[in-house]
Design a protein around this ligand. Structure first.
Ligand code: ZN
Length: 295
Protein backbone atom coordinates (compact mmCIF):
# COMPACT_ATOMS: atom_id res chain seq x y z
CA UNK A 1 0.00 0.00 0.00
CA UNK A 2 2.74 2.42 -0.76
CA UNK A 3 2.23 5.62 -2.67
CA UNK A 4 5.05 7.63 -4.13
CA UNK A 5 2.85 10.58 -5.13
CA UNK A 6 3.51 12.56 -1.95
CA UNK A 7 6.62 14.57 -1.19
CA UNK A 8 7.24 12.25 1.76
CA UNK A 9 9.76 9.51 1.22
CA UNK A 10 8.27 7.36 3.94
CA UNK A 11 7.32 3.90 2.68
CA UNK A 12 4.80 1.39 3.98
CA UNK A 13 3.00 3.75 6.31
CA UNK A 14 0.18 1.21 6.47
CA UNK A 15 1.05 -2.48 6.52
CA UNK A 16 -1.54 -5.14 5.74
CA UNK A 17 -1.27 -8.84 6.47
CA UNK A 18 -3.60 -11.81 6.80
CA UNK A 19 -3.10 -14.99 8.79
CA UNK A 20 -5.59 -17.59 9.95
CA UNK A 21 -8.68 -15.52 9.29
CA UNK A 22 -7.31 -12.39 10.95
CA UNK A 23 -6.36 -9.30 8.95
CA UNK A 24 -3.88 -7.07 10.73
CA UNK A 25 -3.68 -3.43 9.69
CA UNK A 26 -0.65 -1.68 11.12
CA UNK A 27 -0.03 2.06 11.17
CA UNK A 28 3.67 2.46 10.54
CA UNK A 29 4.90 6.00 11.19
CA UNK A 30 6.62 5.25 14.50
CA UNK A 31 8.97 8.20 14.07
CA UNK A 32 5.91 10.50 14.21
CA UNK A 33 3.98 8.45 16.75
CA UNK A 34 1.72 7.29 13.92
CA UNK A 35 0.32 10.76 13.28
CA UNK A 36 -2.46 10.32 10.76
CA UNK A 37 -1.89 12.26 7.55
CA UNK A 38 -4.12 12.17 4.49
CA UNK A 39 -2.12 9.43 2.88
CA UNK A 40 -2.41 7.23 5.95
CA UNK A 41 -6.16 7.84 6.10
CA UNK A 42 -6.69 6.65 2.54
CA UNK A 43 -4.29 3.74 2.92
CA UNK A 44 -6.16 2.66 6.04
CA UNK A 45 -9.39 2.81 4.09
CA UNK A 46 -7.88 0.71 1.29
CA UNK A 47 -6.66 -1.84 3.83
CA UNK A 48 -10.08 -2.04 5.46
CA UNK A 49 -11.64 -2.53 2.02
CA UNK A 50 -9.23 -5.41 1.34
CA UNK A 51 -10.14 -7.04 4.62
CA UNK A 52 -13.87 -6.69 3.98
CA UNK A 53 -13.59 -8.09 0.45
CA UNK A 54 -11.50 -11.11 1.46
CA UNK A 55 -13.80 -13.99 2.42
CA UNK A 56 -10.95 -15.59 4.33
CA UNK A 57 -10.87 -12.66 6.75
CA UNK A 58 -13.23 -12.98 9.72
CA UNK A 59 -11.76 -10.40 12.11
CA UNK A 60 -9.73 -7.21 11.62
CA UNK A 61 -7.07 -5.93 14.03
CA UNK A 62 -5.89 -2.31 13.92
CA UNK A 63 -2.59 -1.51 15.59
CA UNK A 64 0.27 0.97 15.52
CA UNK A 65 4.00 0.26 15.34
CA UNK A 66 6.31 1.87 17.86
CA UNK A 67 5.95 3.46 21.25
CA UNK A 68 2.46 4.87 20.72
CA UNK A 69 -0.77 3.78 19.06
CA UNK A 70 -1.47 7.24 17.62
CA UNK A 71 -0.67 10.85 18.44
CA UNK A 72 -3.72 11.90 16.40
CA UNK A 73 -4.16 13.79 13.17
CA UNK A 74 -1.00 15.02 11.55
CA UNK A 75 -0.77 18.71 12.40
CA UNK A 76 2.94 19.16 12.03
CA UNK A 77 5.12 16.36 10.62
CA UNK A 78 7.04 16.76 7.35
CA UNK A 79 4.50 14.37 5.81
CA UNK A 80 1.52 16.60 6.54
CA UNK A 81 -0.40 16.63 3.28
CA UNK A 82 -3.61 18.47 4.11
CA UNK A 83 -3.37 20.62 0.99
CA UNK A 84 -3.21 17.65 -1.36
CA UNK A 85 -6.11 16.13 -3.26
CA UNK A 86 -6.87 12.48 -2.59
CA UNK A 87 -8.68 9.77 -4.53
CA UNK A 88 -11.88 10.19 -2.59
CA UNK A 89 -13.94 7.24 -1.41
CA UNK A 90 -17.20 8.97 -0.52
CA UNK A 91 -19.24 11.30 -2.71
CA UNK A 92 -17.57 14.52 -1.64
CA UNK A 93 -15.85 16.80 -4.11
CA UNK A 94 -12.20 17.80 -3.81
CA UNK A 95 -11.30 20.09 -0.90
CA UNK A 96 -7.80 21.13 -1.99
CA UNK A 97 -8.78 24.05 -4.25
CA UNK A 98 -11.53 25.46 -2.03
CA UNK A 99 -11.48 28.67 -0.01
CA UNK A 100 -12.71 29.72 3.41
CA UNK A 101 -14.51 27.28 5.64
CA UNK A 102 -15.38 25.03 2.70
CA UNK A 103 -11.80 23.72 2.49
CA UNK A 104 -11.73 22.06 5.88
CA UNK A 105 -15.43 21.21 6.07
CA UNK A 106 -15.24 19.20 2.86
CA UNK A 107 -11.98 17.56 3.83
CA UNK A 108 -13.14 16.51 7.29
CA UNK A 109 -16.58 15.44 6.08
CA UNK A 110 -14.82 12.92 3.84
CA UNK A 111 -11.59 12.05 5.63
CA UNK A 112 -12.66 12.15 9.28
CA UNK A 113 -16.40 11.88 9.89
CA UNK A 114 -17.13 10.05 6.64
CA UNK A 115 -14.20 7.67 6.89
CA UNK A 116 -14.74 6.93 10.58
CA UNK A 117 -18.38 6.07 9.93
CA UNK A 118 -17.37 3.75 7.07
CA UNK A 119 -14.92 1.96 9.34
CA UNK A 120 -17.29 1.80 12.29
CA UNK A 121 -19.87 0.06 10.10
CA UNK A 122 -17.48 -2.47 8.54
CA UNK A 123 -19.48 -5.72 8.50
CA UNK A 124 -16.74 -7.67 10.28
CA UNK A 125 -15.57 -7.39 13.89
CA UNK A 126 -12.66 -5.03 14.45
CA UNK A 127 -10.27 -4.86 17.40
CA UNK A 128 -7.96 -1.95 18.27
CA UNK A 129 -4.68 -2.86 19.99
CA UNK A 130 -3.62 0.27 21.85
CA UNK A 131 -0.28 0.98 23.51
CA UNK A 132 1.07 4.30 24.80
CA UNK A 133 -0.63 7.45 23.55
CA UNK A 134 -4.05 7.48 21.97
CA UNK A 135 -4.69 11.18 21.51
CA UNK A 136 -7.47 13.13 19.73
CA UNK A 137 -7.53 11.73 16.16
CA UNK A 138 -6.10 8.52 17.66
CA UNK A 139 -9.24 8.18 19.75
CA UNK A 140 -11.32 8.11 16.59
CA UNK A 141 -9.32 5.18 15.25
CA UNK A 142 -9.72 3.20 18.46
CA UNK A 143 -13.38 4.16 18.92
CA UNK A 144 -14.49 2.98 15.48
CA UNK A 145 -13.29 -0.49 16.40
CA UNK A 146 -15.72 -2.88 18.10
CA UNK A 147 -13.32 -3.93 20.84
CA UNK A 148 -10.37 -2.12 22.39
CA UNK A 149 -7.51 -3.91 24.14
CA UNK A 150 -5.03 -1.54 25.79
CA UNK A 151 -1.69 -1.96 27.50
CA UNK A 152 -1.45 -0.98 31.15
CA UNK A 153 0.63 2.09 30.14
CA UNK A 154 -1.82 3.28 27.50
CA UNK A 155 -3.59 6.59 27.93
CA UNK A 156 -6.36 8.47 26.16
CA UNK A 157 -6.92 12.20 25.77
CA UNK A 158 -8.69 14.78 23.65
CA UNK A 159 -7.01 18.13 24.31
CA UNK A 160 -8.46 19.99 21.30
CA UNK A 161 -10.75 22.13 23.47
CA UNK A 162 -7.53 24.10 23.95
CA UNK A 163 -7.92 25.10 20.29
CA UNK A 164 -11.44 26.31 21.05
CA UNK A 165 -12.86 23.26 19.31
CA UNK A 166 -15.41 20.97 20.98
CA UNK A 167 -13.53 17.67 20.65
CA UNK A 168 -12.49 15.60 17.65
CA UNK A 169 -14.60 15.25 14.51
CA UNK A 170 -16.01 11.81 15.32
CA UNK A 171 -17.85 12.95 18.44
CA UNK A 172 -18.41 9.64 20.19
CA UNK A 173 -17.33 10.93 23.62
CA UNK A 174 -20.77 10.75 25.32
CA UNK A 175 -21.17 7.19 24.00
CA UNK A 176 -17.71 6.03 24.98
CA UNK A 177 -18.07 7.38 28.53
CA UNK A 178 -20.72 8.73 30.86
CA UNK A 179 -21.65 12.29 29.74
CA UNK A 180 -20.33 13.74 33.01
CA UNK A 181 -17.00 11.96 32.53
CA UNK A 182 -16.98 13.04 28.87
CA UNK A 183 -17.26 16.66 30.04
CA UNK A 184 -14.40 16.16 32.50
CA UNK A 185 -12.35 14.46 29.78
CA UNK A 186 -12.88 17.40 27.40
CA UNK A 187 -12.90 20.36 29.83
CA UNK A 188 -9.62 19.31 31.45
CA UNK A 189 -7.98 17.67 28.44
CA UNK A 190 -6.32 15.31 30.89
CA UNK A 191 -4.95 11.89 30.17
CA UNK A 192 -7.26 9.04 31.06
CA UNK A 193 -5.41 5.94 32.13
CA UNK A 194 -6.08 2.58 30.54
CA UNK A 195 -7.20 1.37 33.96
CA UNK A 196 -9.92 4.02 34.26
CA UNK A 197 -10.94 3.51 30.64
CA UNK A 198 -11.33 -0.20 31.36
CA UNK A 199 -13.37 0.45 34.50
CA UNK A 200 -15.76 2.62 32.46
CA UNK A 201 -16.12 0.08 29.68
CA UNK A 202 -14.34 2.13 27.02
CA UNK A 203 -11.57 -0.47 26.98
CA UNK A 204 -12.55 -4.13 26.94
CA UNK A 205 -9.40 -5.64 28.35
CA UNK A 206 -6.07 -4.60 29.76
CA UNK A 207 -2.84 -6.13 28.59
CA UNK A 208 0.86 -5.32 28.67
CA UNK A 209 3.39 -4.32 26.02
CA UNK A 210 4.76 -7.86 26.12
CA UNK A 211 1.41 -9.62 25.79
CA UNK A 212 -0.68 -7.21 23.68
CA UNK A 213 -0.25 -8.99 20.37
CA UNK A 214 -0.90 -12.45 21.81
CA UNK A 215 -3.91 -11.27 23.81
CA UNK A 216 -5.49 -9.54 20.81
CA UNK A 217 -4.81 -12.49 18.54
CA UNK A 218 -6.35 -14.89 21.06
CA UNK A 219 -9.58 -12.84 21.15
CA UNK A 220 -9.58 -12.47 17.36
CA UNK A 221 -9.02 -16.22 16.89
CA UNK A 222 -11.95 -17.02 19.15
CA UNK A 223 -14.25 -14.57 17.32
CA UNK A 224 -13.07 -16.06 14.00
CA UNK A 225 -14.72 -19.38 14.92
CA UNK A 226 -18.16 -17.69 14.82
CA UNK A 227 -20.19 -17.60 11.60
CA UNK A 228 -19.50 -14.58 9.41
CA UNK A 229 -23.11 -13.54 8.99
CA UNK A 230 -23.89 -13.97 12.68
CA UNK A 231 -21.06 -11.59 13.47
CA UNK A 232 -22.12 -9.05 10.83
CA UNK A 233 -25.75 -9.06 11.98
CA UNK A 234 -24.79 -8.80 15.65
CA UNK A 235 -22.59 -5.82 14.90
CA UNK A 236 -25.31 -4.13 12.85
CA UNK A 237 -27.87 -4.74 15.60
CA UNK A 238 -25.74 -3.03 18.23
CA UNK A 239 -24.62 -0.19 15.97
CA UNK A 240 -28.24 0.41 15.06
CA UNK A 241 -29.20 0.71 18.74
CA UNK A 242 -26.43 3.27 19.25
CA UNK A 243 -27.76 5.25 16.29
CA UNK A 244 -31.30 5.08 17.68
CA UNK A 245 -29.90 6.49 20.92
CA UNK A 246 -28.71 9.49 18.93
CA UNK A 247 -25.11 8.65 18.11
CA UNK A 248 -25.41 9.52 14.44
CA UNK A 249 -27.59 12.62 14.72
CA UNK A 250 -25.67 13.86 17.77
CA UNK A 251 -22.44 13.50 15.84
CA UNK A 252 -23.87 15.47 12.91
CA UNK A 253 -24.63 18.39 15.24
CA UNK A 254 -21.22 18.18 16.94
CA UNK A 255 -19.55 18.14 13.53
CA UNK A 256 -21.36 21.37 12.59
CA UNK A 257 -20.26 23.00 15.88
CA UNK A 258 -16.75 21.67 15.31
CA UNK A 259 -16.68 23.53 11.99
CA UNK A 260 -18.22 26.65 13.45
CA UNK A 261 -15.16 26.60 15.75
CA UNK A 262 -12.69 26.06 12.89
CA UNK A 263 -14.31 28.98 11.03
CA UNK A 264 -14.36 31.18 14.13
CA UNK A 265 -10.68 30.45 14.74
CA UNK A 266 -9.82 31.47 11.23
CA UNK A 267 -11.79 34.72 11.52
CA UNK A 268 -10.22 35.64 14.85
CA UNK A 269 -6.66 34.37 14.54
CA UNK A 270 -6.24 33.60 10.84
CA UNK A 271 -5.64 29.94 11.67
CA UNK A 272 -8.23 27.14 11.68
CA UNK A 273 -6.53 25.45 14.64
CA UNK A 274 -6.26 28.67 16.65
CA UNK A 275 -2.49 28.87 16.13
CA UNK A 276 -1.70 25.38 17.39
CA UNK A 277 0.44 22.79 15.68
CA UNK A 278 1.62 19.46 17.06
CA UNK A 279 4.62 20.97 18.82
CA UNK A 280 2.77 23.84 20.48
CA UNK A 281 0.00 21.48 21.58
CA UNK A 282 2.52 19.11 23.19
CA UNK A 283 4.22 22.03 24.96
CA UNK A 284 0.93 23.35 26.36
CA UNK A 285 -0.07 19.88 27.55
CA UNK A 286 3.29 19.48 29.24
CA UNK A 287 2.97 22.90 30.90
CA UNK A 288 -0.45 21.99 32.24
CA UNK A 289 0.80 18.69 33.64
CA UNK A 290 3.74 20.40 35.32
CA UNK A 291 1.47 22.97 36.96
CA UNK A 292 -0.72 20.18 38.24
CA UNK A 293 2.15 18.24 39.75
CA UNK A 294 3.19 21.34 41.69
CA UNK A 295 -0.16 21.78 43.39
ZN1 ZN B 1 -11.42 19.49 12.54
Amino acid sequence: MTDTQTAETEVDIVIYSVAEGIATITMNRPKYNNAQNGRMTYELDAAFQCAVADDEVKVIVLKGNGKHFSAGHDIGTPGRDINESQDRVTLWYDHANKEGAEFLYVREAEAYLGMCRRWRDIPKPTIAAVQGACIAGGLMLAWVCDLIVATDDAFFSDPVVRMGIPGVEYFAHPFEMHPRIAKEFLFLGDRMSAQRAEQMGMVNRLSTRETLEADVNAIAAKIATMPRMGLALTKQSINNIEDLRGKRTGMDAAFAWHHFAHGHNELVSGDKLGGFDGKKMAEENKKQNKKENKT
